[in-house]
Design a protein around this ligand. Structure first.
Ligand code: NAP
Length: 248
C-alpha cells in the first residue's frame, strides 16, 4: 500500500530541483499532483508527462507564487477540479545573495515576496478548503540558514526564519481541525540553486557536513512524504532539519 494513496497534493515551484523530486515521489506514493512554477517550459512539460505516465492525475499552473490574486484563482480552479486538497507544500524559493551593504532594496523585496509572501498566499488560499475537510498537512520548505543565519544571505535567511514563525503560528491556529503544519530545514542540497556555487565553496560546505556528502533532492522528498503521510499524525508546528548533521 502506498503512503499517499488517493491524496491530492499541491507543490509550488516544482519544475526542477527539490520540488520536482518531491512531486515525483508524491506521485510514486499514490497522490495526484498539482504543481506550479513561473512558466511553462520543457521541465514543467516533462514533469507533467512523467506523473501522468505513473497513472496519477496531474495539473500544472504557470504562476508566480508571490502573486496573491493569481493564487486565489488557482485555489478556485483546484476546488472545482479536484474538490479537496490534502497536502500543500510551499517550496518555491530564490536566492539573491549579497552582503547587506551591497544588497539592493529590489533584491530584498524580491526574495521576501518569492519566499515568504508566497507561503502566506498559498496557506491563505488553501486553508479554507482544509478547514472544511477538517484534515490536511501543510509543509513549508525553510532552511538551516533560517535557524543559524549565513553571511551574504540577510534577505534569504530572514524569509526562511519567517517561514518558521509562520509555521508555528498557523499550526496553533488550525490544529483543532486536524490540520498539521510543519517546516523542513534542508542543509546543503545539490540542485540548480546550489550549482551556482563554485567548487571551493562546495568543498567548504562538505567539510562541515558530518555525513560527508551533499544532500540530494530525494532526501528532502522523502522527508516531505513522511510529514504528509499517516506516519506523522501527531506532529505539528515542528521544524525538521534534513541536513546530514550540518547544523549540529
Ligand atoms: P531551485 O532548483 O532553484 O528550484 C526552485 C524552483 O522554484 C524553480 O523551478 C523556480 O522557477 C521556482 N520558483 C522560484 N520562485 C518562484 C515563484 N515566485 N513562483 C513560482 N515558482 C518559483 O531550488 P531548490 O534548491 O530546489 O530549492 C527549493 C526550495 O528549497 C527553496 O525554497 C529553497 O530555498 C529551499 N532550500 C534549498 C536548499 C538547497 O541547498 N538547494 C537548502 C535549503 C532550502 P525558475 O526555475 O523559473 O526560477
Amino acid at each position: 500500500m502506498n503512503l499517499l494513496e488517493n491524496k491530492i497534493a499541491l507543490i509550488t515551484g516544482a519544475s526542477r530541483g527539490i520540488g520536482r523530486a518531491t512531486a515525483l515521489m508524491l506521485a510514486k506514493e499514490g497522490a495526484d499532483v498539482i504543481f506550479t512554477d513561473f512558466r511553462e517550459d520543457d521541465n514543467s512539460k516533462s514533469l507533467e508527462a512523467e506523473i501522468t505516465a505513473m497513472g496519477r492525475r496531474c495539473r500544472f499552473f504557470a504562476a508566480d507564487a508571490s502573486n496573491t490574486e493569481v493564487t486565489m484563482g488557482i485555489a478556485d480552479a483546484v476546488q472545482k477540479e479536484f474538490g479537496r486538497l490534502d497536502i500543500l507544500i510551499n517550496n518555491a524559493g530564490i536566492t539573491r545573495d549579497n552582503l547587506l551593504l551591497r544588497m539592493s532594496e529590489a533584491d530584498w523585496d524580491l526574495v521576501m515576496n518569492c519566499n515568504l509572501k508566497s507561503v502566506f498566499n498559498y496557506c491563505k488560499a488553501f486553508t479554507p478548503i482544509m478547514l472544511k475537510q477538517r484534515s490536511g498537512s501543510i509543509i513549508n520548505i525553510s532552511s538551516i540558514v533560517g535557524i543559524n543565519g549565513n553571511a551574504g544571505q540577510c534577505n534569504y535567511s530572514s524569509t526562511k526564519a519567517g517561514i518558521i514563525g509562520f509555521t508555528r503560528s498557523l499550526a496553533k491556529e488550525v490544529g483543532s481541525r486536524s490540520i498539521r503544519v510543519n517546516a523542513i530545514a534542508p542543509g546543503f542540497i545539490e540542485t540548480p540553486m546550489t550549482q551556482q556555487l563554485g567548487e571551493a565553496a562546495l568543498n567548504e560546505w562538505l567539510k562541515a557536513i558530518p555525513m560527508r556528502r551533499p544532500g540530494q533532492a530525494d532526501d528532502i522528498a522523502r522527508t516531505v512524504v513522511y510529514l504528509a503521510s499517516e506516519l506523522s499524525t501527531y506532529i505539528t508546528g515542528q521544524v525538521l532539519r534534513c541536513d546530514g548533521g550540518l547544523s549540529l
